[in-house]
Design a protein around this ligand. Structure first.
Ligand SMILES: Nc1ncnc2c1ncn2[C@@H]1O[C@H](COP(=O)(O)OP(=O)(O)OP(=O)(O)O)[C@@H](O)[C@H]1O
Length: 576
C-alpha cells in the first residue's frame, strides 16, 4: 500500500483530473432522470408549461454531451497516468535488479522475477486506468443519487439506503474470510509460475527424457493445486457474494411500501413517486463495482508487497572512485565466502600479478568459479578484501569495475539482436569497423560472414543459431572490444573440437596480451598457455607457482595430473 500511495503522489495531478472528471460524469448521469421528472411534473399538471418541457429536453442533451466530454477527458488522464507509472516503475525495478547481488536474484527465483516485472507491474494499468476512476464514479453515482433522493423526499431517500448496512456487513465478513485465504492462493500461484518458467527453460531436457521429467510433473501438480484452490475459494465465496448482490439491488423492496403509504396519505405526489422509484431502483448497484475494486485491490496490494520486497532488497554497495588504479594486480586478502550458510571459500589469500596469465585449477566444486565471480563483484565476500592495483574493488562504482574486468564464462548469453549489437555490448560506442576487427581477432569473422545477413543477422533467444564454440568466440570478441585490463576466462574451450579449440586459443592469446588474466582451467591442457598455476581444494588455495614445482610440492596438484595421465592412457588404450 505505501508503494501504491507513493506512486499515486508521483502522478497526483493526472489522477486527480481523472477522478474529478469521473465524478462529474457520474453526477451528470442523473440529469436525464431529473429532466424526466420535470417533464412528468409538467405533463401531469392541469396546464403544462411548454417552455419548461423544452428546457428539460435541452438539459438532457447538454448533460449527455458534457458527460461524454468529461468521460473522454477522465479516460485520457487515467490512461496517461497509468502508462507513465508502469514505465517509471518497470525502469526503476529493472535498474534495481541490475544492482542486486546475484545471490539475492537467485533467491528470488526467475519465476517470481518474471511475475513481478511483467504481471505485477502490469496490474497497475488496471488499477490506475480503470479501477480507480471507476470506483470514484461509482461512489459518486450512489452518493449523488441518495443525496438527490433525500433532497426530493427524505423518506424515500432513507428507504433507498436501508439495504446498504446489511449488504456491507455481509461483504465485510466475506473480505475478512478471503483475507485469510489470500496467502495460500498466492503461494499456489507462485509455485505454478515457477513451474512454468522451469518447464520453458527445461524444454530440451524434457524432450530428451520424455514425460517423466520432474519439471512436467511439478507443473502438473502446481496447476492442479492452483485450480483446486481457485475452485474451493469460488465455491465458498459464492453464497455471500450472491447475498450481497441481491441486497444491493433490494432498495425497491423498501421504497415501494414506504412510497405507497406516503401516496395513500397524500403526502407524496405521483410524479415525485415515479421519479424517486426510477432513481432508487439502481441507486446502490454502483457499489458492486466498488466492492469488485476492493477485491482486486487485495490482489494488487499483494503484488505491490512482492514488488516492494524486491525494491527493499539492499543493492550491492558501490564506491565512488572512478579513476582507474595505477596497476592491475588482482589480490585476494583473507577472503571467505558462503552461499547462504554453506561455506565455499575459506580465508583465501592469493595474488594475480599485473600482466600474468594464471590458471586456476582444482577438483570440481573447489570454489574456482566462485573466486572468479567475487573478482567481478557478482557477490560480496563475507570476510576479507579483494584489491585491484591496491584499491578495494568495493571502492569502484559497478560501472567502473565493469570497464576494468572482462569475463568470458562457460554459458554465453546472446541477446535477441544482431550479431553486431551482441558484440558491441562490450563497448556500446564502438564502430562497425571496430566490431569487425575484434571478430577477426576472435576467429569468428568468417563464421559471421557465413550467416544469412552477416553482422546484421539477428541471433535467436539464448543464441541458438550459433554453436557453443562460436558463442564462446563471440564472447571473446565482446571482451576484446571491452579492452579491460583484467580478464577472467571460465574454461572457454569447454565446447570445442580440436580445430575450434585451436582457434579459440589463438583468440584468447590476443585477448590476454598485456593483461592480467585468470583462466579457470577445468581441463589441465589449458595450463600450457598459463605463466603460473593456482591450485584450489575445498575452498582454500593449497598451492601456487609453476607447473614443475607444483608437481613436486603440491599433493593435490600431483593427484590431478596423475588422474589426467591415467585418463589419457585409458583413452589411448581404448582407441587401440
Ligand atoms: N549459486 C550457488 N548457490 C549455492 N551454492 C553454490 C552456488 N554456486 C556454486 N555453489 C557451490 O559452491 C561450491 C563451489 O562451486 P564453484 O562453482 O565455485 O566450484 P568450481 O571449482 O568452479 O567447480 P567446477 O569446476 O565444477 O565448475 C560447490 O559446492 C557448489 O555446489
Amino acid at each position: 500500500m505505501p508503494l501504491l500511495l507513493s506512486l499515486m503522489r508521483e502522478r497526483a495531478w493526472l489522477l486527480a483530473g481523472a477522478g474529478i472528471a469521473g465524478a462529474g460524469a457520474a453526477m451528470l448521469a442523473l440529469v436525464p432522470l431529473v429532466a424526466l421528472w420535470l417533464l412528468a411534473v409538467e405533463l401531469l399538471a392541469p396546464v403544462p408549461d411548454r417552455d419548461a418541457m423544452l428546457w428539460a429536453v435541452w438539459l438532457t442533451v447538454g448533460g449527455l454531451v458534457l458527460r461524454w466530454l468529461l468521460m473522454a477527458a477522465g479516460g485520457a488522464c487515467s490512461h496517461a497516468a497509468a502508462f507513465d507509472l508502469i514505465f517509471v516503475l518497470r525502469l526503476k525495478t529493472a535498474r534495481h535488479l541490475g544492482r542486486l547481488p546475484l545471490g539475492t536474484l537467485s533467491r528470488i527465483g526467475s519465476g517470481d522475477l518474471k511475475r513481478v516485472l511483467h504481471d505485477d507491474i502490469d496490474r497497475l494499468e488496471m488499477v490506475f486506468a480503470h479501477m480507480l476512476p471507476d470506483m470514484i464514479s461509482a461512489l459518486t453515482a450512489t452518493l449523488a443519487g441518495i443525496v438527490v433522493l433525500l433532497a426530493v423526499d427524505w423518506r424515500l431517500g432513507l428507504a433507498a439506503m436501508a439495504p446498504i448496512p446489511l449488504a456491507l456487513t455481509v461483504q465485510g465478513l466475506l473480505w475478512r474470510w478471503a483475507g485469510t485465504k489470500m496467502a495460500g492462493f498466492h503461494d499456489d500461484l507462485g509455485r505454478m509460475n515457477a513451474a512454468i518458467v522451469e518447464v520453458i527453460r527445461a524444454i530440451p531436457v524434457i524432450k530428451t527424457f520424455g514425460r517423466n521429467a520432474v519439471s512436467l510433473g511439478r507443473l502438473q501438480d502446481a496447476t492442479t493445486r492452483y485450480s483446486a484452490t481457485v475452485a474451493d475459494f469460488t465455491r465458498a465465496a459464492m453464497p455471500a457474494w450472491i447475498a450481497f448482490t441481491v441486497l444491493l439491488g433490494g432498495s425497491l423492496a423498501v421504497m415501494l411500501p414506504v412510497g405507497g403509504m406516503a401516496l395513500a396519505a397524500g403526502t407524496l405526489d405521483p410524479a415525485t413517486f415515479l421519479f424517486c422509484v426510477t432513481l432508487g431502483v439502481g441507486v446502490c448497484l454502483p457499489l458492486l463495482r466498488v466492492v469488485t475494486f476492493g477485491s482486486s485491490l487485495q490482489v494488487v496490494t499483494t503484488a505491490m508487497q512482492r514488488l516492494g520486497s524486491i525494491l527493499d532488497a539492499p543493492p550491492l554497495p558501490e564506491g565512488t572512485r572512478t579513476e582507474p588504479p595505477s596497476d592491475t594486480t588482482l589480490s585476494f586478502e583473507g577472503v571467505s565466502f558462503s552461499y547462504d550458510d554453506k561455506p565455499v571459500l575459506t580465508d583465501v589469500t592469493v595474488t594475480f600479478p599485473q600482466g600474468t596469465h594464471t590458471a586456476l585449477v582444482g577438483r570440481s566444486g573447489a570454489g574456482k568459479t566462485t573466486l572468479a565471480h567475487l573478482a567481478a563483484r557478482f557477490w560480496v565476500p563475507d570476510r576479507g578484501t579483494i584489491r585491484l592495483g591496491g584499491v578495494d574493488i568495493a571502492d569502484f562504482p559497478l560501472a567502473t569495475l565493469n570497464t576494468l574486468v572482462a569475463c568470458v564464462f562457460q554459458e554465453v548469453f546472446l541477446f535477441h539482436d544482431t550479431v553486431l549489437e551482441n558484440i558491441r555490448l562490450g563497448h556500446p560506442q564502438a564502430t562497425r569497423e571496430d566490431v569487425i576487427a575484434v571478430a577477426r581477432a576472435a576467429q569468428i569473422h568468417d563464421v559471421i560472414m557465413g550467416l544469412p545477413d552477416g553482422y546484421d543477422t539477428v541471433v535467436a533467444e539464448r543464441g541458438h543459431t550459433l554453436s557453443g564454440g562460436q558463442r564462446q568466440r563471440l564472447s571473446i570478441a565482446r571482451a576484446l572490444l571491452k579492452d579491460a585490463p583484467v580478464v577472467i576466462l571460465d574454461e572457454a574451450t569447454a565446447f570445442a573440437d580440436p580445430l575450434t579449440e585451436r582457434a579459440i586459443h589463438e583468440a584468447i592469446a590476443r585477448l590476454c596480451r598485456g593483461r592480467t588474466v585468470i583462466t579457470i582451467a577445468h581441463r589441465l591442457s589449458t595450463l600450457r598457455h598459463a605463466d603460473r598455476v593456482v591450485v584450489m581444494d575445498a575452498g582454500r588455495v593449497v598451492g601456487e607457482g609453476e607447473h614443475s614445482s607444483l608437481l613436486r610440492d603440491c599433493a593435490v596438484y600431483a593427484r590431478l595430473w596423475e588422474a589426467k595421465d591415467q585418463t589419457e592412457r585409458e583413452a589411448a588404450h581404448a582407441v587401440r
